[in-house]
Write a protein that binds this ligand. Structure first.
Ligand code: HEC
Ligand code: HEC
Ligand code: HEC
Ligand code: HEC
Ligand code: HEC
Ligand code: HEC
Length: 364
């Protein structure tokens, strides 16, 4: 009797495990799709209301027969939900102050008027008042005409999922039905939807970000469980291209000049990204390495690696691993100035240097 109960429980447990390891959408189609945008004569498509206090039904049907758009599925009312209980969608915007954020951070602060605390993204925040459309992405050359390089607060066409803009300015080709990894699988191709659906266009067409996707999107991250990002240490005197698959090159698709980090004599003129953390000087003490060459991975200050797929997730390899854009920034938004990972703007020196100190071990 007891044995068969254990047997049944173990089956249930393995079913649960199975559904957990699949890093693609699961569940009944009707959780997310509507065949005619009609049920008992009433429209099924919905969107978040203008005040972000609830949902309203939208009469017009969405592309790909979806019930709602990016913001509709990836938003939660209130501050505590990190994963939608019905669809399993990871939450990137909580309408209340989030109790915990995923790896990308959260759009809560930028949605509440703090322009410098997030990317101003269509459907969540209007144009940044300090960085206008005409100025465009800092460090970028812009394209004019309200393109994603100038602003992410506009969508150039009306149809959701039709033309890039807003969320799709970065997540250019969403592929929710692609099997994109299990937490140990390296996501490195278009078939897998690239790392978190981050890909490029024009000269970077058919290129995207490569890395290993943490199953909980960094919700419960620790030194042993976290995302992994590819880094490629290319020339620091000029630009980089997403054809190399790095997260840094992805950011530089819009903030290109920030990759011109050295002058011709090799002097640093901008903070390096995708530059190896040297195993000398103060850097040999980075991540608590104490000269051993191995530090403890800190998911609050992630690094990029030359071969994420073969690396021990627990360690930072000093002399091999790299500082990158996401070592300091959260791509969606954070509670801090310039979407930083810690309060660099603080009047307390200890707090302001919290993140810098992890690598610049003798500057505290
Ligand atoms: C948890 C939400 C979710 C569920 C459940 C879901 N889908 Fe989707 N589906 C999406 C989203 C989001 C898109 C649009 C964007 C994309 O392709 O990433 C999509 C796109 C599609 C597309 C067009 C793109 C493609 O990949 O071919 C088809 C067809 C599709 N779904 C069929 C289905 C069917 C059939 C089911 C049920 C077996 C289903 N979906 C269940 C979310 C879902
Ligand atoms: C119908 C609901 C639905 C819609 C609409 C939708 N998503 Fe998702 N999205 C999901 C679900 C569910 C997952 C989690 C799938 C999984 O477990 O990997 C997801 C996952 C993601 C991920 C993480 C992918 C990964 O590798 O873990 C990104 C990025 C994303 N969505 C972006 C978008 C963007 C951008 C749009 C609009 C173009 C969008 N989503 C529209 C439901 C949706
Ligand atoms: C400026 C580029 C950019 C924009 C705009 C953007 N994202 Fe992301 N997003 C990223 C990056 C980069 C990551 C990967 C973060 C990581 O793994 O550290 C990410 C991760 C995600 C994830 C996985 C959860 C997480 O936090 O890692 C989801 C879901 C997602 N984005 C959805 C969205 C939605 C929905 C929008 C629009 C409301 C959006 N993104 C707008 C760059 C962007
Ligand atoms: C598709 C273009 C695009 C990509 C890709 C992009 N950004 Fe941006 N970024 C912008 C634009 C436009 C602005 C100015 C308006 C705003 O703040 O939203 C901006 C502003 C910023 C700001 C200043 C925020 C403020 O309001 O003061 C930071 C920091 C930033 N980006 C970091 C990043 C990082 C890190 C990445 C890579 C994960 C990235 N960006 C990728 C377009 C982009
Ligand atoms: C060592 C930490 C660090 C790294 C690495 C880093 N940044 Fe920054 N970034 C900052 C800080 C701090 C600020 C705030 C302003 C300042 O002190 O210069 C900032 C500001 C910005 C701004 C806002 C500029 C403006 O005009 O308001 C953008 C955009 C930006 N960073 C993008 C990037 C991109 C893209 C990368 C990767 C190529 C990157 N950052 C790498 C720390 C960093
Ligand atoms: C993840 C590691 C890391 C973090 C975090 C980091 N840095 Fe750096 N920083 C580096 C590396 C690596 C170099 C380049 C060292 C070299 O090769 O000369 C560098 C270079 C610099 C330089 C130029 C030094 C020179 O020799 O000219 C300054 C200044 C600097 N960082 C300031 C900061 C500040 C301020 C912060 C916090 C906002 C910060 N760094 C955070 C790794 C980091």
């Amino acid at each position: 009797m007891k044995k068969s109960l254990i047997y049944i429980l173990s089956i249930i447990f393995s079913i649960v495990l199975c559904s957990q390891v699949k890093a693609r959408v699961t569940g009944v189609c009707s959780n997310c799709h509507t065949m005619h945008n009609s049920q008992g004569g009433a429209p099924m498509a919905f969107q978040i209301n203008a005040g972000y206090t609830g949902y309203i039904s939208a009469v017009s049907p969405n592309p790909q027969l979806l019930l709602t758009g990016c913001v509709g599925c990836h938003t939660a009312l209130g501050g505590s939900t990190w994963k939608d209980p019905v669809t399993g969608a990871p939450i990137v915007y909580n309408t209340g102050a989030p109790t915990s954020c995923l790896a990308g951070g959260n759009f809560y602060w930028v949605a509440n008027g703090a322009d410098a605390k997030g990317h101003n993204v269509s459907g969540i925040a209007s144009q940044d008042e300090a960085i206008t459309t005409a100025e465009g992405a800092p460090g970028g050359s812009g394209c004019g005409g309200g393109s994603c390089h100038d602003t992410l607060a506009l969508v150039t066409t009306t149809g959701l999922l039709v033309a890039p803009g807003g969320c799709q300015g970065c997540h250019l080709n969403v592929m929710h039905h692609a099997n994109d990894g299990t937490g140990t699988k390296y996501v490195d191709s278009a078939v897998k939807g690239w790392y978190r659906f981050l890909s490029g266009h024009m000269t970077a067409n058919n290129s995207g970000v490569k890395g290993i996707e943490d199953r909980d999107w960094g919700y419960n991250d620790s030194s042993s469980e976290h995302n992994e990002y590819l880094g490629v240490a290319v020339d620091k005197t000029g630009s980089t291209s997403l054809t190399n698959g790095s997260m840094t090159a992805f950011c530089c698709g819009c903030h290109g000049d920030f990759h011109t980090e050295q002058d011709s004599s090799g002097i640093w003129i901008r903070h390096p990204s995708d530059t190896v953390i040297l195993n000398s000087g103060e850097y040999s003490n980075a991540f608590g390495a104490d000269g051993s060459g191995y530090g403890i991975y800190n998911p609050d200050i992630p690094v990029a690696r030359p071969s994420p797929q073969t690396t021990d997730p627990n360690l930072v390899y000093i002399g091999t691993d790299m500082v990158m854009c996401l070592s300091c920034h959260r791509p969606h938004g954070s509670p801090y100035y310039k979407m930083l990972r810690w309060n660099y703007d603080s009047t307390s020196l200890t707090t302001a240097l919290e993140g810098c100190n992890v690598c610049h071990a003798s500057k505290n």
